[in-house]
Design a protein around this ligand. Structure first.
Ligand SMILES: Nc1ncnc2c1ncn2[C@@H]1O[C@H](COP(=O)(O)OP(=O)(O)OP(=O)(O)O)[C@@H](O)[C@H]1O
Length: 321
């Protein structure tokens, strides 16, 4: 796309590297792989010819059913594919080609250029490290902060994710609620002020009230900071609440893409039409009498005019435990 794209993905392919079993994945013991899938399955491409871009401050969604290649695509962008998988095509992150790049070239990008929030916060957090130290790590490594300045910045970042209680910085992840843990993971992801935030199903593991709070938080953070957002979900209503453009993935390929409003109004691909119909049915079931959802403001978090109301908006005053 344009020269100023923060993220430019062109013809991204992901496949199992030669000689490896697809179904077992990189973590399987060699014996399991040898006894595993037939060779034709081993060479099955997992993602094919995926192209999209994210401009600074833009919000782009990847949506698709389980196994459609969303997570692998988000990992490939940062050169984080599991061993045994190979990317092809081109991914330029802030102008740096990440496909085939050595880790030493990619490491400086993770934090200041791209921050990542995963579905399960424990994936990102170290269970043996206090919260404050984990949030401080990117500040120390990428921004060079130390001592009192570092402590102050940790408190500021925690406050940005609405974890103001100073005791939280001294807590270990297992002492927090699921929602608090996801807030910490978001704090770690945004600490080095990335220009792009990649959120992979960031609310799927949370109960519906906490989901809504986390979406509001992400929405506010990227709006305030002008951060680009790549938001990944199987849930069209959530993606439509958070993004401007969507790419619909199925079986590792993009079947449709466009502005979220247009896709909701007039899906062209039968699979997208199915997703939209499903989201509408759920929305109607959850929100029988209002046109847009229980918030009653018709906006979701962003004041968009999309046709499908957000599903996860059961706002309550209840805080997280
Ligand atoms: N390490 C691996 N080795 C081989 N195949 C893999 C590996 N990781 C994922 N796959 C396969 O690649 C495909 C895409 O997986 P991916 O995790 O990207 O899907 P997804 O759309 O993110 O699904 P979900 O919403 O369930 O997370 C799936 O068929 C999956 O089984």
């Amino acid at each position: 796309m344009t020269a100023e794209a923060l993220l430019e993905v062109r013809g991204l392919g992901i496949a199992v590297a030669d000689g490896r079993g697809a179904a077992e994945g990189a973590g399987s013991p060699p014996a399991a792989r040898e006894a595993g899938s037939p060779p034709e399955r081993a060479h099955r491409p997992l993602v094919r010819d995926l192209s999209f871009s994210v401009a600074p401050g833009e919000r782009v969604g990847l949506i698709g059913e389980s196994g459609s290649g969303k997570s692998l695509s988000s990992l490939a962008i940062q050169g984080l594919l599991p061993a045994g998988l190979e990317a092809s095509g081109s991914v330029r992150l802030a102008g740096v080609e990440t496909v085939g790049a050595p880790d030493a070239r990619l490491r400086p990008l993770r934090g200041p250029v791209a921050g990542m929030v995963f579905q399960e916060p424990m994936t990102a957090l170290d269970p043996l490290m206090r919260v404050g130290r984990q949030v401080g790590e990117p500040l120390r490594r990428h921004l060079g902060l130390r001592g009192a300045e570092l402590a102050r910045s940790v408190a500021e970042v925690l406050a940005e994710v609405r974890l103001e209680d100073p005791r939280l910085a001294r807590a270990y992840p297992h002492e927090l609620s699921g929602g608090q843990r996801q807030r910490v993971a978001i704090a770690v992801a945004i600490a080095a002020r990335p220009r792009l935030l990649i959120a992979d199903e960031p609310t799927t593991a949370l109960d519906v009230t906490v989901q809504s709070e986390i979406l509001d938080l992400l929405d506010r953070l990227v709006a305030e900071r002008g951060t680009g957002l790549l938001f990944i979900s199987h849930d069209l209503a959530v993606v439509s609440r958070m993004t401007d453009r969507v790419h619909v993935l199925r079986g590792g390929a993009c079947v449709e893409e466009g502005p979220v409003d247009a896709i909701l109004r007039e899906p062209r691909d039968p699979y997208t039409a199915q997703l939209v119909a499903h989201a509408r049915a759920l929305d109607a079931a959850l929100d029988g009498d209002g046109p847009r959802g229980p918030r009653g403001d018709g906006t979701g978090a962003r004041g968009s005019d999309g046709a499908v109301g957000p599903l996860a908006e059961a706002d309550t005053d209840e805080g997280e435990r």
